[in-house]
Structure formats: C-alpha cells, structure tokens
Design a protein around this ligand. Structure first.
Ligand code: UDP
Length: 493
C-alpha cells in the first residue's frame, strides 16, 4: 500500500554549483526559488507514482524531490503499491493504449479494479496528507487518487503525465475515455509535449520537459579509469593486469549461443574499449524497437560484404562495430510478463542470426539488485558507445537519449516518436530516421553515421542542447513557478 520512499542522499545543489558549467544554472534556479516559493513553505508537495525503480519516472523522482527540499519546499515521494498483478496488467494495457497499441477496449470490470486499488492506496495516504498540501500524481496508474483524496481533504492537485502519442487512434481514444472521469480531480496537468494534451486539459495544463540530474551515478562525469573499473567489475570488460575493485555482487550477464544467460565475464570480451560500439539501453518493451534494431544491424553487417574485410581504417571501423542491446536482468522482471516475452523473442531472433553476424550482437542483462551499480554500469556503457540508439516505435520522451547526449554521444533515433523528435535534431545531434521498422533505413543510417567525420561534432552539439534545455535546473524552476502559482491561486480562492 502507498509507501513513502526514502531517498538515498544525492549530490547537493551546492556541489552542483562547484562545477563550472553548472554554476550559472544553479544560481538562476536559486534566484527563482527565492522569489516565488514563499507561498509553498507551509505545505508538503507529495509526488506519487507507481514504481520506485525502473523507467524514466522513477529515475527522475529522487532528483526532483531532493532538490525541491533544498530549495526550501517540503517534498515527499510515495509509490502506489498492490499485490494484485491484474492491476499492473491493466495499467500496462492503458499505457500501451495511450501509445496507440493494443485492443481498444477497457471494461467496467477494469474500472472497478482500477478504482479499488487506488482507493486502498488513497485510504493509507490520506492519513499523512494535510489540508493545503499539494499532490502531484504521475501517469495514469494513480490517477483516480486525486478525487478520492479530495473527498476528505482540501488539497491542490496536479496530474503529471509523462506519456502520450501525437495522433489520435482508436486505442488512444479508448484510453483517454477511460481516464477522462478522473481528470475532474485535478486543478492542473503537466505534459511533456503540447501534442500530448487531451482536449479536456486544455487551458489548465503546462509543458515541462523531462530532464536529467548531471551528478547522479547515472550521469556524473567518469574518468577513463572509473569507466574501465565499472565495466571490469560488472564482467563486461576483461583487463590483463591486476585491478583495484572487487566484482560487483551481481554480475552483468550475456545471452550465449547455447540459449542461456551467463555471467558476462565467462564469454568472449566484447571489445567495449577497442571497437566502435552501438548501444541501446532500455526496458524490454516492444515499443522500444529492439527487434528491428537487431535486424537492421544484421542487415548493415551483411551489406558490408567485402568492406568488412577492408584493410583501410574506415573499412575496419565498419567491420568491427558491435551492437550492444542492454536492459534489466530477466530475473528482475518476473513481475513484467510482457517484458519477458519481448526478451524471449529477442533472444530467439538472436539465435537465428547468421553465425557470421551473431558475435557482433551482444545482449546484456544489467543487474538491478543495486540501483547504484545499475546506474554506474549504464553510465559507463553509454560513455564507451560510439553511437547510442533509441529505436523506439513510440516514446513519451526518452531519457536514455538525454543521458547519451549529455555524455557527448551522438544519437540515432527516429522522428516518428515525439519524445526523440523534441530532443534530437537530424544532422546536428545525430541522425533521425523516418521509420524505426525499416531495416534498410536503419542499416544505411548506421553505415553513414559510422563513416561520418561529424560524429564528434554531433556529440558536442548534443551535449550543448541538453545543457540548454534538459537539465534538472530548468525543470525545477518550472515546478517551483507552477506550484507557487497554483497554491497562491488556491489561497486567494
Ligand atoms: N534504465 C536502466 N537500466 C536498464 C534499462 C533502463 O537504468 O537496464 C534506465 C535508463 O537509463 C533511463 C530509464 O531507465 O534512465 C528509461 O527511461 P526512458 O525515458 O528512456 O524510458 P521509459 O522506461 O521511461 O519508457
């Protein structure tokens, strides 16, 4: 039931300000907070979502809550919980429908289940919330809670929706029709793109870009030695000499030709430091487009023909490139049947790849037991990548893209998905393809990127873009302004 999450200490804004490229951003944020947050100081801002780990929302929550506190605003993070697996199957269906996928049908029985679990959570949460507080509900899973809490307590409510599709389909219509009754519980809504705002929130919604915290374990700068050490300790890299760190408790694993997952160190070295590496890191979700990416990469390799044996530098570069597809260790996603299916499909497709190509495709299971270790591994993997791909068929925003761009890595994504389109400028920060399922387009674009002299320039542009638009300082500034204006209005009413 609704559980308050203790957040591990994060790097303070004071420390952020010691970084020369972050100092002006922190200063601007502090000035903004000093000017507007007075109306908020007597209240608690409750952030509610449905997962403490995994995915972009859980990724952003600790930073938002911690830094709001530093700015003098009491903030808490609460996760909706339930033992009822059917609830999460239902909310996954709603999630997919909002992205335009699945049978466009949600029943009255679905509604009863949706409301029952939310009611159980609201009953627990209302014991902690006080009149005047602000409740920010993230995504559809806890959406009915606003109305339920407001039955007994006078609070200000905001719905923060991180997902959406920029077109209307029978699937999106079914999802929004199901959710619309809960919209009345909200004073305001926040979306990640104007295209996502349903008509019934027009006039009481704003756009806040998701953003990353540049000093978390997932994003903080790493010296070369640290990158090497993290990869070595996880088993993803073999080093000849003695190394300083002991192996992580749980190793990264690799999918092997005999159809089993084995500790990564048991298999051949991937060549993360010596080969061009193309990486996608995501949850094992069909909409992340892993399968067409793998097939597109295989086509790229097959298409090299004689080039793969070429002796010149460019030929070697093209021929030696490896694709790393990384996501949560399958043991950690037992509660995600769809994720398991997607991974099984991917593993099966891997086993049918041409034996010449297969060694150049690496499926990596990132250990999830320790969130800090998981973050360090993802950070290191992104840093050793020549290109980071996010081949999502749909994508609300795509923090993995932001993470790569911040590390100065050029991105390959597609303009069908709205989130990537907001971030990546084709030919400036990387390349955008038109269709994530067009294997030839993937293959040709990989080839042209890997042959390009622009890779470094794209990486620099990408980092610049994140610095300007997608770091937590501007995101927090938006939140502070919004919360202040909403509570100010509530006080006046
Ligand atoms: N992620 C991770 N380990 C994994 C796979 C993903 O830490 O094995 C993180 C990834 O670095 C990113 C987040 O999960 O921070 C995914 O966020 P994104 O917005 O890309 O997609 P979502 O999962 O929210 O759809």
């Amino acid at each position: 039931m609704a559980r308050r999450i203790e957040i591990d200490p994060l790097t303070s804004l004071g420390r952020h300000a010691q970084h020369v490229n972050l100092a002006p951003l922190v200063r601007a944020l502090r000035e903004e907070a000093a000017a507007v947050s007075h109306g908020l100081r007597d209240r608690t801002v409750w952030m509610i979502n449905s997962a403490a780990q995994g995915g972009g929302v859980a990724e952003m929550m600790p930073g938002v809550v911690t830094h709001l506190r530093e700015l003098g605003i009491r903030a808490e993070w609460v996760v909706l919980e339930s033992d009822d697996e059917q609830f999460f199957e239902l909310t996954k269906r709603i999630h997919n429908l909002i992205h335009g996928e699945g049978e466009p049908h949600l029943s009255e029985e679905d509604r009863r289940l949706f409301e029952r679990v939310n009611r159980e959570n609201a009953d627990v949460l209302q014991q902690s919330i006080r009149a005047g507080d602000v409740v920010v509900v993230h995504d559809p899973q806890p959406m009915p809670m606003a109305d339920m809490l407001r039955e007994n307590i006078d609070i200000t409510t905001v719905w923060r929706c991180h997902i959406g599709l920029d077109q209307e389909t029978p699937a999106t219509t079914a999802a929004w029709r199901f959710l619309e009754p809960y919209a009345t519980g909200y004073h305001h809504a926040v979306f990640s793109a104007p295209e996502y705002v349903p008509s019934w929130f027009e006039g009481r919604s704003s756009i806040i870009y998701p953003a990353l915290d540049p000093l978390t374990a997932k994003n903080h700068p790493m010296r070369v030695q640290t990158v090497v050490s993290v990869l070595e300790r996880s088993g993803l890299l073999r080093m000849p000499g003695p190394t300083t760190g002991s192996p992580f408790d749980a190793p990264a694993r690799r999918f092997c030709d005999d159809g089993t997952w084995q500790p990564a160190a048991a298999a051949d070295d991937i060549g993360l430091l010596t080969r061009p590496i193309v990486t996608q890191v995501s949850r094992w979700d069909r909409l992340k487009g892993f399968l067409p990416l793998m097939r597109g990469f295989a086509r790229y390799r097959e298409g090299l023909g004689g080039d793969s044996a070429a002796s010149d530098d460019q030929g070697r570069r093209l021929g030696h490139t490896r694709l790393v597809l990384a996501g949560p260790d399958p043991d950690s996603i037992s509660d995600d049947p769809e994720g398991r299916d997607v991974l099984d499909e991917l593993c099966a497709a891997y086993l049918t790849c041409d034996s010449e190509v297969r060694p150049d495709i690496v499926l990596v299971a990132v250990p999830m037991q320790d969130a800090h270790v998981n973050a360090l591994i993802v950070n290191a993997l992104q840093r050793v990548s020549t290109i980071v791909v996010q081949n999502s068929l749909r994508e609300g925003f795509g923090l993995t893209i932001t993470e790569a761009m911040w590390k100065g890595v050029p991105v390959l994504s597609n303009s069908r998905a709205c989130g990537p389109r907001q971030q990546v400028r084709d030919g400036v920060d990387g390349r955008m393809i038109g269709d994530p399922e067009d294997l030839d387009e993937i293959a040709n674009t990989l080839r042209s990127m890997l042959s390009s002299d622009e890779l470094d320039a794209w990486g620099q542009n990408a980092q610049h873009r994140v610095h300007e638009h997608f770091l937590i300082y501007s995101q927090l500034g938006h939140w502070v302004r919004l919360l202040d204006s909403l509570t100010g209005a509530a006080k006046a009413a």
